[in-house]
Each structure stands twice: as structure tokens, then as C-alpha cells.
Write a protein that binds this ligand. Structure first.
Ligand SMILES: C[S@@+](CC[C@H](N)C(=O)[O-])C[C@H]1O[C@@H](n2cnc3c(N)ncnc32)[C@H](O)[C@@H]1O
Length: 290
């Protein structure tokens, strides 16, 4: 898959995505199709000129403004490609790959596909020897995911898109990782428990703490998941220009919470093990006067 991926090469080819950046750092994602043009207030230019040129090349608009053309990164694509569902942001996509330990050759089940940002990140990480099966309950979401994947990966035979309600279950067995970005992931827990390999990882991305709480409680009640952990990533871009070095005015607000859990054999005994922090919070870690 990666060899045929347009984004991997250093030279622009027909049908590639291209990221144009103007002198004010405004960024535009364009598609290099024969006869396509870029039009904006700084003038237009013929995008066909870029085909065959190396990435990092400059192109001049009819009004004499220069723009630089790069191949978009996965982060650029996630934020700028066409979407009909809210995508996972690059900071969370990066964390997903590490926290869910997505490895080359992994068999991953994902839901929902949405606009495909998560799918594209997973495809790259599992590589040609892996497999991503991506479910969505809506056909228009699957169509959007496929359209976005196809523009990035010329060959994507490590992807299978399926229409289905994962709350009711899914077909795959011996799954290494399950990645969920949907509103009620607790319905998936019994299926995940049955289908994950021993030690496999269940990952969920949720926007509110009430959802995280319900999901975590359901994981504990299932008794076949341990190392149940939740984190939130806060990213603060900085502006570094001349003597003005400060946090950027454009902050990324709240995106969501990441929860991961590992599949284990059923926990012995009747008591559900409590998370370490609940006991710590009630004893020595409790701040005085509270
Ligand atoms: C927030 S979007 C996922 C975005 C995706 N992670 C991305 O980065 O582009 C949530 C998706 O879950 C799908 N969905 C909701 N409930 C579902 C279910 N029970 N089974 C399968 N898909 C579901 C929705 O149709 C929607 O496309």
C-alpha cells in the first residue's frame, strides 16, 4: 500500500493532493487534476504546472504572488479534507497510534468510519501486512471515507469498509485492536471482550466525561478488561516570530477524552478491582483542608 501511496513520493503526480501555502501562511488543500486551477483573492494559477514538479516547489499566481506547494501530511489531510462527520484531531490521532499500540501487521476493527481521518491513520500504521475493517451505520459516511482514502492511497487492499451497527456486534475474530469513535461505546464492550485477542486493546474517543464514566463503569463490570485508563491531551501551539515568542492566539479547544483498556481472562473473585486513584484520593493524596 505505502509504495503506491501518492503522498509517499517526492514528485507531484496527477490526482495527488497538494497543500498550497501563501505568504501569510494561509493553507489550501487542492487536488491536482488535469485542467484544474486555483483561484483566490491573490490570483489564480494553473495547477497542472505542478504535476511532475518536486514537492516544495514554488508557483506564481496571475497577480504575482508566490505560493509554496507541499504534499500534505496526515495532519493536514485530517483537518482539511472533505468531511461530513467530526474527525479526530491530529493530536488525538497521534496519541491513538501509541496508546492503542497500533503496529505493522495489526488486525484492527474501527467504528465509526465517519470522514475517514482515523481510518487513514490506522491504514498507514498497520501497513500492507495489516488489516483495518471499518464499520459505519451510515452509507454516506462509508462513501466519504472511501473517497478520502482513495485520494491518499492508490492501493488500499488492507482496508475493508462495512455497513453495520457495531452495537449489535461485528464479524471479525482474533482482533488485535478495536478503535471506537461513536457516542455509546459501552454497547460494544461484550463484543470486544469476545473478539479481542488476549491482551488486545480497546480504545475509545469520547467528547464528554459522562460518557467516559459510563464506558469505564461498563468496562469494569465486564470483568475481562484491566488497565482501564483515561487521558486528555491539551495542545498549545506557539508563535515564534522575531522577538515575539508566545503562545499562539489560535488555541485548540476541547476535543475529547481517550480511554483504553486491555483484554484479560475473567477476573477471579467477586470484588471488582478498584482503579488505583480512587483509593489514593481517599487517603494520603488527599490535599489538607478539603
Ligand atoms: C465522530 S464520527 C467518527 C469520525 C472518524 N473517527 C473520523 O476521524 O473521521 C462517528 C461515526 O460513528 C457512526 N456511528 C454511530 N453509531 C454507530 C454504530 N452503532 N455503529 C456503527 N457506526 C456508528 C456515525 O455514523 C459516524 O459516522
Amino acid at each position: 500500500m505505502t509504495e503506491s501511496s501518492p503522498v509517499q513520493g517526492h514528485v507531484f503526480r496527477e490526482a495527488d493532493y497538494c497543500l498550497l501555502i501563501d505568504r501569510r501562511d494561509r493553507q489550501y488543500l487542492v487536488h491536482l487534476m488535469p485542467g484544474s486551477t486555483f483561484d483566490s483573492h491573490i490570483g489564480s494559477c494553473d495547477l497542472t504546472e505542478l504535476i511532475g514538479q518536486p514537492a516544495g516547489t514554488w508557483i506564481e499566481t496571475a497577480k504575482g504572488h508566490w505560493m509554496i506547494a507541499f504534499k500534505p501530511t496526515l495532519a493536514d489531510l485530517a483537518l482539511r479534507m472533505p468531511r461530513i462527520a467530526t474527525v479526530m484531531y491530529p493530536k488525538d490521532l497521534g496519541a491513538m497510534l501509541v496508546q492503542a499500540d497500533i503496529f505493522g501487521g495489526a488486525r484492527v476493527v474501527e467504528a465509526g468510519a465517519g470522514s475517514g481521518a482515523t481510518t487513514m491513520s490506522l491504514l498507514r500504521a498497520v501497513g500492507p501486512g495489516g488489516k483495518v475493517t471499518s464499520y459505519d451505520i451510515r452509507q454516506d459516511m462509508l462513501d466519504q471515507t472511501l473517497a478520502n482514502v482513495e485520494k491518499e492511497y492508490a492501493v488500499h487492499d488492507n482496508l475493508e469498509l462495512k455497513r453495520g451497527d457495531v452495537y449489535q456486534g461485528f464479524d471479525e475474530t482474533d482482533v488485535d485492536r478495536i478503535i471506537l469513535d461513536l457516542p455509546e461505546p459501552w454497547h460494544v464492550i461484550p463484543h470486544a471482550s469476545e473478539k479481542l485477542v488476549p491482551g488486545g486493546i480497546l480504545f475509545s474517543f469520547l467528547p464528554t466525561v459522562l460518557q467516559v464514566h459510563e464506558f469505564s463503569q461498563a468496562l469494569r463490570a465486564q470483568r475481562t478488561f484491566q488497565v482501564i485508563e483515561t487521558l486528555e491531551l491539551i495542545m498549545r501551539p506557539w508563535s515564534v516570530a522575531g522577538r515575539s515568542v508566545r503562545p499562539s492566539h489560535r488555541a485548540i479547544g476541547h476535543t475529547g477524552f481517550i480511554t483504553t483498556a486491555r483484554k484479560c481472562s475473567p477476573q477471579p473473585g467477586a470484588e471488582t478491582r478498584q482503579p488505583p486513584e480512587s483509593s489514593a484520593a481517599e487517603t494520603s493524596d488527599t490535599p489538607p483542608n478539603r
